[in-house]
Design a protein around this ligand. Structure first.
Ligand SMILES: Cc1cc2nc3c(=O)[nH]c(=O)nc-3n(C[C@H](O)[C@H](O)[C@H](O)COP(=O)(O)OP(=O)(O)OC[C@H]3O[C@@H](n4cnc5c(N)ncnc54)[C@H](O)[C@@H]3O)c2cc1C
Length: 271
């Protein structure tokens, strides 16, 4: 199938893009790398009257380390993160996740912001930014809003973004030297979306821990605290977590349990 007709606006600035989205009255849609939007247009699952292409907006393509916080422009591609072009503040987590997304042709065009705005529950950045408790910066005609990842994702393919807003940046905090992480996903074949994701982050400086189960029917399931993490090492604790994540099918439970056990083993091995 071919897309329904639309007007294409190749924007060069944020004010121009925001003005076009606001004028579109709900019929204008931002376009990043078009890796998800393209197929949706072709299948006519999305039929915007106007496409607001933000892929050439410089303000979305930069990044800056401000004290202990890294601000990443929403238009930064997976490939640039994979290639280590950003300051390394996550002890290798971001490049490792980026390098596991799809294949290089998709990573060359697909963007961090596009992936988060698309909010596919199986997307790697959705689980990762939830794990990192990242702050998402939204810009609209009335100004900026800042939301934690947990508040940004409202459900599968549903976010708190308003029709006239752009996701402009993602902010993450620098890992302490004692922070550790593990990230595991199960895919049918390399380059495919995950069927199960388990991500773990701990920081013994503060005794903090967070575990994310992703690629669920809904948005990622978060488990917080060192005690809760230790419970996951027991059969009963693991089964309880799978229940809480809404996993019913034996095959899906098995996949998620295996990813979680492997992630915990990776975490222990990284000590
Ligand atoms: C073959 C294939 C395999 C893939 N495998 C994986 C995988 O294994 N893991 C994974 O995580 N992803 C995977 N993806 C998805 C890929 O990561 C996309 O890059 C990503 O989902 C969307 O990014 P994009 O920049 O292309 O956004 P687009 O496709 O341009 O847009 C997606 C959505 O986000 C909106 N949007 C885009 N930018 C903004 C913005 N700045 N502000 C507000 N809204 C915005 C658009 O309006 C649209 O609704 C795969 C894609 C393909 C085609």
């Amino acid at each position: 199938m071919k897309p329904a007709p639309f007007e294409l606006h190749a924007c060069r600035s944020l004010p121009e893009a925001i003005a076009l989205l606001a004028a579109g009255d709900g019929m204008a849609k931002a376009a990043g790398g078009t890796q998800s939007l393209g197929p949706m247009l072709n299948l006519r699952l999305a039929q915007p009257a106007q496409l607001v292409d933000v892929s050439r907006v410089e303000a979305l393509r930069g990044f800056a380390l401000q004290g202990e916080t890294l601000r990443i422009g929403a238009g930064v591609t997976h490939a640039r993160i994979e290639d280590g072009q950003l300051p390394e503040i996550t002890r290798g987590l971001l490049p490792a996740v980026a390098g596991g997304i799809a294949y290089r042709a998709v990573r060359n065009r697909g963007t961090l912001g596009g992936s988060l705005a698309h909010a596919d529950p199986a997307a790697d950045w959705v689980s990762t930014m939830t794990l990192l408790d990242a702050t998402l910066v939204l810009l609209g005609p009335v100004g900026e809003r800042r939301l934690r990842a947990g508040a940004f994702f409202l459900g599968p393919f549903t976010t708190a973004l308003r029709e006239d807003e752009l996701l402009v940046a993602i902010e993450i905090r620098r890992f302490s030297p004692r922070a550790r992480w593990a990230y595991r996903k199960a895919c049918r074949k390399p380059g495919e979306f995950a069927q199960a994701i388990a991500a773990v982050w701990t920081d013994s400086t503060h005794g903090s821990a967070r575990v994310v189960l992703g690629a669920l029917g809904g948005m990622p399931h978060v488990i917080e605290g060192q005690g809760a993490l230790e419970l996951l090492r027991t059969d009963a604790g693991l089964e309880r977590a799978l229940d809480d994540a809404g996993l019913v099918e034996a095959y899906e439970r098995q996949l998620h349990a295996t990813m979680l056990r492997r992630a915990l083993a990776d975490l222990d091995a990284s000590e």
